[in-house]
Design a protein around this ligand. Structure first.
Ligand SMILES: *Cc1c(COP(=O)(O)O)cnc(C)c1O
Length: 414
């Protein structure tokens, strides 16, 4: 049938997958589940099947899907005003600034939309600081980054990616980055030059497969930054807002990065909202016209973010993540399978590393009504919305153990 003749009611999963494949760029390889609605930890496909979401849109929906309080804030704001541009002021942005300050302790924020834009903004911040404050000669600033990093998909961000596919065909690349191994403080010291303006790092590497650095690494990195006078930029776009059992992952080490990059759960999944947070000393370097975004700081996004932050606090989601994460990790660490290499995590952010590709496990878990996504081929990332209950974890664990134990038998025998 010609797609134009289809009525919405007649569309099945197969039809929509075909439409998507025909008319959309194939820059993703999604599981063939077509989600139509969602609530809390549960999503529903167009055939009415229910699944437990163990990805939470890469931690953008920490507050759970379609949280009623965020929804209410969004609808109410959408009725009033959605976009003013920063040419004028709006009544939501100052309140979001103040609430972010009260929640995080950072003096000031610069609002953007996507995570990638916030990382770009942080890099611009660090370079500006390098030239204006540290006195690095023009165009010489260097940012140190880590092997296996993920900071987004802009040309500059893939310029310092160590994933060949992320770079292939996208050059020429932005200069000024130096890659060192993750978790190795000595490597950071060795990479410093007089032109170093920043160290950009994920406190726990997410896309790389939930890689936890050795304890004390971040603390030592923060000291090295301070002693050698360059900025620590923490990318907490995925690890932030409770995912690891603390408000931010850097808090596990009792440090405070000079620049904090947030996104994803800042909006509870309703709308792209990101921000760069820092001190007055650093943020004051931005002058009118230096940087901007048409949608950044818009009243709709700000109202959504304010509600998303309120939900995080009111529902004690950070504490939930710590407690239920430890519980879930404990269960998963009892799994027995010869295909299991490692089960690790922090808070409700768990990586199950396998000896074989993880994709067949994702497909099998989908049949058991659990949605998760492989990362880096051999890691299953388990990161449900933080509103998940103990009962739901038990429910998920029972299915996961069945899948992991059965599949590994098949793999080892086949
Ligand atoms: C998702 C993510 C980004 C990019 O965010 P987008 O909103 O997809 O642009 C950057 N850094 C980290 C650590 C992320 O997880």
């Amino acid at each position: 049938m010609h797609p134009g003749l289809m009525t919405e009611e007649s569309l099945h999963t197969r039809d929509l997958v075909e439409l998507e494949n025909q008319y959309g760029a194939h820059n993703y390889n999604p599981l063939d589940v077509v989600i139509e609605r969602a609530q809390g930890v549960w999503v529903y496909d167009i055939e009415g099947n229910r699944y437990l979401d163990c990805l939470a849109a890469y931690s953008a929906v920490n507050q759970g899907h379609c949280h009623p309080k965020i929804l209410k804030a969004m609808i109410e704001q959408a009725r009033k005003v959605t976009l003013t541009s920063r040419a004028f002021r709006n009544d939501q942005l100052p309140l979001l600034y103040k609430e972010l300050h009260e929640l995080t302790g950072y003096d000031m924020a610069l609002p953007m939309n996507t995570g990638a834009e916030a990382v770009e903004t942080a890099i611009k911040t660090a370079r500006k600081w390098g030239y204006k404050v540290k006195g690095i000669p023009e165009d010489k600033a260097e940012v140190i980054v880590c092997f296996n990093n993920f900071h987004g998909r802009t040309v500059t961000e893939v310029s310092f990616s160590t994933n060949a596919q992320y770079r292939d065909g996208f050059g020429p690349f932005t200069p000024g980055f130096k890659v060192i191994p993750f978790g190795d403080a000595q490597a950071l010291e060795d990479a410093i030059t007089p032109h170093t303006c920043a160290f950009l790092v994920e406190p726990i590497q997410g896309e790389a497969g939930i890689i936890l650095p050795p304890q004390g690494y971040l603390k030592r990195a923060a000291e090295i930054c301070r002693e050698n006078r360059f900025l620590l930029l923490a990318d907490e776009i995925q690890s932030g807002f409770g995912r690891t059992g603390k408000l931010f992952a850097y808090m596990h080490e009792g440090i405070k990065p000079d620049v904090l990059i947030v996104g994803k759960a800042l909006s509870g999944g309703f709308y792209p909202v990101s921000a760069v947070l820092s001190s007055w000393e650093i943020m004051r370097l931005f002058e009118p016209g230096d940087h901007g975004s048409t949608f950044g700081g818009n009243p709709l996004g700000c109202a959504v973010a304010r509600a998303a932050l309120r939900v995080l606090t009111e529902e004690k989601l950070v504490e939930r993540s710590a407690e239920l994460g430890a519980y879930f990790l404990g269960l998963l660490q009892t799994l027995h399978s010869r295909d299991l290499k490692d089960v690790r995590g922090k808070g409700l952010w768990i990586g199950i590393e396998l000896l074989s590709p993880a994709r067949p496990y994702c497909e099998a878990l989908k049949e058991e009504q659990i949605l998760c996504k492989e990362t880096h081929d051999r890691v299953l990332r388990i990161s449900p919305p933080l509103v998940i209950t103990r009962n739901e974890i038990d429910w998920a664990f029972e299915r996961m153990s069945r899948v992991i134990e059965n599949l590994s038998v098949r793999w080892l025998c086949g």
